[in-house]
Design a protein around this ligand. Sequence first.
Ligand code: KIV
Ligand code: ZN
Length: 552
Amino acid sequence: MTSYIKIFDTTLRDGEQSPGATMTSAEKLEVARALARMGVDIIEAGFPAASPDDLEAVRRIALEVGNPPRGAALSESKGQPDARVPVIAGLARANKSDIDKAWEAVKEAQKPRIHTFLATSPIHMKHKLKMDPEEVVQRVAEMVAYARSLCADVEFSPEDAGRSDPEFLYVVLGEAIKAGATTLNIPDTVGYTTPDEFYKLIDGIIKNTPGMHEGITVSVHCHDDLGLATANTLAGIRAGARQAEVTVNGIGERAGNTSLEEVVMALKTRHAVFGLETGIDTKQIARVSKLVSNYTGIPVQPNKAIVGANAFAHEAGIHQDGMLKHNLTYEIMRPEDVGVSQSKLVLGKHSGRHALRTRLAEMGYSLDEAELDLAFARFKELADRKKVITNADLEALIADEFYRPRDVYHLDGLQVACGTLGMPTATVRLRGPDGKIHVHATTGTGPVDATYKAIDHIVKTPNTLLEFNIHAITEGIDALGEVTVRIQGENGLHTMDAQSEIEHPRVFGGHGADTDIIVASAKAYLNALNKLIIARTEGVEARQHDYGVMLG
Ligand code: KIV
Ligand code: ZN
């Protein structure tokens, strides 16, 4: 059996489908590019049947990320599929219409995959599907065969396998193999199983499914309702699964999915135990984690394994003492292995353009001249206010400058008066889509409230602020403040969940960074509002607009 574990990333499908994690099409494309650069084997780009916008977003990813960079294509690979290009998968319920849409969306990829699913647990078959087990078996055989008539790479998932009868699973999966499925994915949809149980389930499937052979990849897909997703995924891998379905930061419905970084780093750090490899360049993990967090507006909890702000911080005095004597006393991984830089003193006020370019290149950013000009201007502005600029500051600055949609409204100026002596008042100056300057001043319960009210008065896009988070990126009184917000438009746009078939209102995340936390707050809010306006007013066409500046 191969020692290679394929990493199937479903951040853009199972992750993005969770209420509140909506990304715009341009953001999804940028995340897909980052996943491909990091070495993900399969990108599940979305659920094309959810809406024409979702189909279009998957199609763009298939075209642009699922093919070799222009010019590099066939000459380099001599007509063979390019090993560096990821498989692009689209999810479909087990019906012809969904499968047609998934195929429509992924067919332009060099390596397309249709992923279809049908529930197999007694509770799902009876209450959700209202189908007999025999009907389920027949539908799986028919729909896998239909998907296979369109696409050579077909994945089938028996939804809620964790609560299904294993004997019934063997029958269903045997039919899926007969009908042409090439990957059998076993989901613990509701995060119910324990590692021992999940090990037995996967072991039983590999040993007892009729027609199982070396050419079939068994995959695991776990949810974290009991906090066991990573443990279950690793148990499934020990039992012989060779594909792990994961999301960045473990985002996903309810308690989320198995997190990519935990599985990858467990396999790497405990290589002696597992003896298995992935194709992930782990040094890119921290950056991709940040990207997903900024785009979704879902912050990463500080104590989150691998990517949390405290994952490599050793604050307790006793730990620091041990660390200074030898860093392996309390550290099982090196921060640089996941792309967290330890270097503190990076750049200061007198550092030049060249030093900035070099440092950004070391961090993995390749900027063209125009982008570097922008980054340098922001850097100088920051250096005037902050003595020492660390890699973390640079990450935030890059995210703020480049990872955002094109501006509909741009923050041109902001002044606030607050404190105990008067009413908190904000004066906001915005440049509108027509280039005109709009100014409004208003009061509020605090400086952020006043600022947001002034912005609302100008932008006139009613919405509900669902979440507001603020944190300091580095220590010190001059630290950069980073704000993430999530908003939901009134009478807003909706997206459909593939499994529950429930429509959720689309929620837009925004991110802003500045040494002035009110400015950071204003930027984050405008960032989210711009996405909402683009999505609402310009429809599918809007999703085809590129961001103002993109990193390569
Ligand atoms: O959790 C689940 O069952 C899924 C399937 C669609 C694979 O996400
Ligand atoms: Zn799932």
